[in-house]
Design a protein around this ligand. Structure first.
Ligand code: ADP
Length: 163
């Protein structure tokens, strides 16, 4: 069975993430979306909320699971028996960091390949940070968030705005 992991912060999941997960689900027998703590970014949503939003957004895809991993991705891939780590690439600005991470993970775990899926044109400028910024200024984020969780994400971000 060909299994891949799809790691990220998912703070919160966007249509850009969902597009990458959906496309990965067609390439592998099983894809595990892994929420990893990113020590450079302070998350807005709790781990439980992020997992919940991912699970509900991917409920229509039978070969997707969601999990949390607090450690090295290279070890996560080994433990899950994953042959690939899936990452999305948007602009050139993503490239240097992703390249460094891919090479490091290859060094730590030579059995796992990092596979990059290029963003779909409509998601090129979409990120969790952009969604949070738009919401912070009262903008409409409907087009950016997977349909099953739009209301919950909006409510949480609006509650913060109202203070
Ligand atoms: P991280 O903090 O690990 O970068 P993110 O949640 O920001 O976590 O992103 C997780 C993965 O999803 C990354 O590979 C990122 O490049 C990809 N991704 C995020 N937004 C998009 C998008 N709009 N189009 C394609 N890939 C995306």
């Amino acid at each position: 069975m060909k299994l891949a992991i799809c790691p990220g912060s998912f703070d919160p999941i966007t249509k850009g993430h969902l597009d990458i997960i959906t496309r990965a689900s067609k390439l592998f027998d099983k894809v595990i979306v892994i929420v990893v703590p990113n020590y450079e970014k302070k998350p807005f949503f709790s781990m439980e909320e992020r997992i919940n939003f991912i699970s509900r957004s991917t409920a229509h895809l039978p070969n997707i699971e969601t999990d949390v991993y607090n450690g090295l991705l290279a070890n996560c891939a080994k433990e899950k028996n994953a042959c690939a780590i899936i990452r999305g690439l948007r602009a050139v600005s993503d490239f240097e960091y992703e390249f460094q991470m891919a090479l490091t993970n290859k060094k730590l775990n030579p059995d796992t390949e990092t596979i990059f899926l290029t963003t779909s044109a409509e998601n090129m400028y979409l990120s969790s940070s952009v969604v949070k910024q738009i919401a912070a200024f009262g903008g409409d984020i409907t087009d950016f968030i997977p349909e099953p969780v739009i209301e919950d994400v909006k409510n949480r971000l609006c509650k913060k705005r109202r203070g």
